[in-house]
Design a protein around this ligand. Structure first.
Ligand SMILES: Nc1ncnc2c1ncn2[C@@H]1O[C@H](COP(=O)(O)OP(=O)(O)OP(=O)(O)O)[C@@H](O)[C@H]1O
Length: 249
């Protein structure tokens, strides 16, 4: 039996008469990269927001790192949120801060009594990990799109999250930089022992980073399994068209 770090059961969410999630079941297993795919508007972001309770589900059960979310008070929920890192599509760096300040910010805000030396060590180690040690004194405006994403990942890792959510990590990048970012996602898993959900429309990213694919169709996960099982042997036309479109046949 594999250990689940996230367990989602029978999750429902509607906005008025827009039934977005209609009985979602999903597990994220410890140490895996799980790729979540689905058409635009299928509810991927809604699902992630519910996982950190920025949105409340209408029905359903969620357990993260052994905690039933419905039983947590706000303080406990905030503690749990610190164990989850978000690498957002827009990398969300503060434009008025240097790279060093961007990385220090979550640390000094959330961890008390760290010495200057400990902070410097962590910042430098993470910049090394993402391959950008020389950007430490640069401003975000001086970085390329791919570099910003890397710094965004480094900033997320600074609090040692156990779970990572990557939201369209390769969107808007050239094919070579996409390869770099895919490799970084795999490297982060090895180096920091994270379990991750990767939301993407990019099937190359899905294939390279994902241990399992989960495809959201009409409010439920219709196909969950390896890339080969889900896409290469797909019979469902919704899923097949996704594949054919990405790898022009
Ligand atoms: N706060 C909200 N209020 C009302 N409707 C919402 C809200 N958030 C999301 N929706 C609706 O829920 C549906 C799913 O949206 P969501 O952003 O999760 O899609 P997505 O799969 O992440 O799409 P994309 O791939 O384009 O990012 C959409 O129809 C959207 O309009």
């Amino acid at each position: 039996m594999r250990e689940s770090v996230i367990e989602i059961r029978n999750l429902y969410k509607s906005f008025g008469d827009n039934d977005v999630l209609r009985g979602v079941d999903l597990d994220l297993y410890k140490g895996e990269n799980l790729v979540v795919l689905g058409k635009s508007g299928s509810g991927k972001s809604v699902l992630i927001k519910i996982l950190v309770q920025l949105l409340k589900q209408d029905e359903g059960y969620i357990k993260i790192l052994g905690k039933d979310l419905s039983k947590l008070n706000l303080r406990e929920l905030n503690q749990l949120r610190l164990k989850i890192g978000f690498a957002f599509q827009a990398s969300a760096l503060y434009d008025s801060m240097t790279v060093r300040e961007n990385l220090e910010f979550p640390l000094t805000r959330n961890v008390k009594n760290l010495s200057r030396k400990e902070i410097d060590y962590k910042v430098e180690r993470l910049l090394d990990s993402v391959g950008l040690p020389n950007t430490i004194n640069q401003m975000p405006s001086e970085l390329s799109g791919g570099q910003k994403k890397r710094i965004g990942v480094a900033r997320t890792l600074i609090l040692n999250p156990e779970i990572m959510f990557y939201d369209e990590p390769t969107a808007g990048l050239d094919p070579i930089t996409c390869i770099d970012i895919n490799n970084l996602i795999n490297q982060v898993r090895e180096e920091y022992k994270t379990s991750s959900i990767v939301i993407t429309h990019d099937l190359t990213c899905a294939k390279v980073t994902g241990d399992r694919m989960a495809v959201l169709v009409k409010g439920q996960f219709k196909a969950v399994g390896s890339f080969e099982d889900v896409f290469e042997n797909a019979s469902d036309p919704n899923i097949k068209s996704f594949y054919d479109y990405n790898f022009i046949k």
